[in-house]
Design a protein around this ligand. Sequence first.
Ligand code: DGP
Length: 113
Amino acid sequence: MSCVFCRIVGGELPATRVYEDADVLAFRDLHPQAPSHVLVVPKVHVDSLHELVDPRLAGALLAAAAQVARAEKLEQGWRLIANTREHGGQEVGHLHLHVLGGRALGRMLPSAR
Ligand code: DGP
């Protein structure tokens, strides 16, 4: 099995796990970009968000991300990022949601104001 996140899901590679249910695993990012930086991944291999077709799994991933944010006590706010495919800057080819928080993250999109 060559996919690094499949190997983490399978327990073959170590990771600091922060949340787990039947469908989803969440663990701390190896290179955190914020005080709290957790990756939320499906236990089954899905290449990226582009390939996600199962609405039940999509819901499980989103609900897990919110659960992680609450457990990390990110009451002041947080951000969810899904880098998708090459132009989206995806480096690991297993769908993952980044949950980032613990500091002001700044705007990523131009303000409408
Ligand atoms: P992305 O660019 O969205 O594909 O981000 C991939 C993230 O995965 C990046 O922030 C670093 C993280 N990462 C890569 N390899 C490992 C690993 O082996 N363990 C953990 N915990 N995180 C990893």
